[in-house]
Write a protein that binds this ligand. Structure first.
Ligand code: AMP
Length: 197
């Protein structure tokens, strides 16, 4: 199974990604986590991405597209995958389709976790005070500058501006599953699995 999970900051993408990958025995590829770890380790990718991530801006498409091309060629990707945080722009969505065409593969579904903007804001801003609630990457507080309130708002604005068009892209191709993300994680997972089967 090849899946993409979409939603604004704090929509629950990371939590659902973990649960679904475990349940479906597929690989989780989270660009946000990859980038934060690359920044912490100061790798080439990390150094390129750092100025953007710290401001809540999107890392340029070319950098992410090239990363994804290499990542989907790794052996563990053969068993299926779920992408979290990618695509983030309509351009990345198109490029993903081109890449999959090259690999002779197809995306099964794009899962959209729909939550009100106030929920996105409260959940994301809360992370910076309660890092233990964010097990997706156990980096210390000081390495989560992108969870400051003004940065969270910027990420929400970018979600509306850049990611919402992706919903249209997948909707038009009849690949979109819209799920109410404003309910307990178990319920969200249950609904997703029901819709996938
Ligand atoms: P996330 O944890 O998914 O919210 O990602 C954290 C940050 O990583 C974002 O605010 C962006 O700066 C960067 N990022 C993650 N995925 C992408 C992507 N597909 N395209 C551009 N930037 C990204």
């Amino acid at each position: 199974m090849r899946l993409v999970i979409l939603g604004g900051p704090g929509a629950g993408k990371g939590t659902q990604a973990r649960r679904l990958c475990h349940q479906l025995s597929i690989s989780e590829i989270s660009t946000g986590n990859v980038l934060r770890k690359a920044i912490a380790a100061q790798t080439d990718l990390g150094l390129q991405a750092q100025p953007y991530v710290e401001k809540g801006e999107l890392v340029p498409d070319e950098i992410l597209i090239e990363f994804m091309r290499q990542r989907l060629l790794q052996p563990d990707a053969a068993k299926g995958w779920l992408l979290e945080g990618y695509p983030r722009t309509a351009f990345q969505a198109e490029e993903l389709d081109f890449l999959l065409e090259d690999l002779n593969q197809q995306l099964d579904w794009a899962i959209y976790l729909e939550v009100p903007e106030t929920v996105m804001f409260n959940r994301s801003a809360r992370r910076s005070h309660l890092p233990e609630e964010n097990p997706k990457d156990s980096l210390p507080l000081g390495q989560r500058p992108d969870d400051r309130p003004e940065i969270v708002q910027r990420r929400i604005d970018l979600f509306h501006e850049r990611t919402v068009p992706i919903l249209e892209y997948y909707g038009y191709r009849q690949r979109l599953l819209t799920i109410n993300g404003n309910q307990p994680p178990e319920q969200v997972q249950h609904e997703i699995l029901e819709r996938l089967s």
